[in-house]
Design a protein around this ligand. Structure first.
Ligand code: HEM
Ligand SMILES: [Ca+2]
Ligand SMILES: [Ca+2]
Length: 306
């Protein structure tokens, strides 16, 4: 059972220590924001929110972070947690008493507010997991080609509702995607020569083709929210109303009549979106958490098992 203020007697200033470290990192690069947010999601959906995604591979173990679905996690997310952890462990009272999983949860809360999103109290008390394998990632993360039923059932397998899934997808109001993730929508869609996904806004499709020409350098990435790429806002839902969702998994939320009313309501009200997002992030943060010593511990180095 997680709770707010879990560290009140263990490391009373932990939240401000983490916030300062994250703010410093944010001043160096904005990528800190989307990188940390996505890292938290990918952590929670594989083995629960237990910092298993941060563990580095060793000679005898290929870790989660080296699964193909995790190779595009930006290094700045990992670096944010490592730096915040170092700041926490620099305080005598706190050294080795705050889990990497909780530091990631706090850092995620902090990057959302640094980007103009809502602030919220974060629940704490997670232990760090004891295993991280590449194989455990298989089938656990959503693909950008997913339709509504696939999205809903994958999230449901983590105890996350369809409404929460739609709110959490609003995280795509920030950050980047590599061209390969949506190339199927702008070139030869459905295997038909020269076809473009009809659910994609035509002007936007042409812009995407310009930024992502055929045979583009695989390192090229584009903003997922072309309108306010650095602001955490409800623009994502307004984009969906214009056919400007980057992935099939984004646009389907507006095009499927079952999820459309929610998309339209959050496009109409940023307050409604913000409060839904906070509630959904809190539920995401509870997925598969480990709280008993048989299930986990507090890693001294977030990238290495103790
Ligand atoms: C609903 C199903 C989802 C799918 C199919 C999906 C898929 C993707 C893909 C393909 C990328 C681009 C990766 C790249 O090419 O570098 C991406 C980026 C991102 N995703 Fe998702 N995602 C989903 C849900 C979420 C959720 C729930 C969150 C967080 C709460 C999230 C946060 C992000 C962020 C912040 C980025 C940008 C990362 C960066 O700029 O470094 N996504 N997502
Ligand atoms: Ca995990
Ligand atoms: Ca935005």
């Amino acid at each position: 059972q997680l709770r707010q203020n879990y560290y009140a007697n263990i490391c009373p200033n932990v939240e401000s220590i983490v916030r300062n470290a994250v703010t410093q990192k944010f001043r160096q690069t904005f990528v800190t924001v989307p990188a940390t947010l996505r890292l938290f999601f990918h952590d929670c959906f594989v083995n629960g929110c237990d910092a298993s995604v941060i563990v580095a591979s060793t000679a005898s173990n290929k870790a989660e972070k080296d699964h193909p679905d995790n190779l595009s996690l930006a290094g700045d997310g990992f670096d944010t947690v490592i730096k915040a952890k170092a700041a926490v462990d620099a305080v005598d009272q706190c050294r080795f008493k705050v889990s990497c999983a909780d530091i990631l949860a706090m850092a995620t809360r902090d990057v959302i507010s640094l980007a103009g999103g809502p602030s919220y109290a974060v629940e704490l008390g997670r232990l760090d997991g004891l295993s991280s394998t590449e194989a455990s990632v298989n089938g656990r993360l959503p693909q950008p080609t997913f339709k509504l039923n696939q999205l809903t059932s994958l999230f449901a397998s983590n105890g996350i509702s369809q409404t929460d899934m739609i709110a959490l997808s609003g995280a795509h109001t920030l950050g980047f995607s590599h061209c390969s993730r949506f190339a199927n929508r702008i070139y030869d869609y459905g295997g038909r020569n020269g076809a473009v996904d009809p659910s994609l806004n035509r002007t936007y499709a042409t812009q995407l083709q310009g930024m992502c020409p055929r045979n583009v350098d695989p390192n090229v990435a584009v903003n997922m929210d072309p309108i306010t790429p650095r602001i955490f806002d409800n623009q994502y839902y307004l984009n969906l109303q214009q056919g400007m969702g980057l992935f099939t998994s984004d646009q389907v939320l507006r095009d499927d009549k079952r999820s459309r009313p929610i998309v339209d309501s959050w496009a109409a009200s940023s307050d409604a979106f913000n409060s839904a997002f906070v509630a959904s992030m809190t539920r995401l943060g509870r997925v598969g958490v480990k709280t008993s010593p048989s299930q986990g511990n507090i890693r001294r180095d977030c990238a290495v098992f103790n």
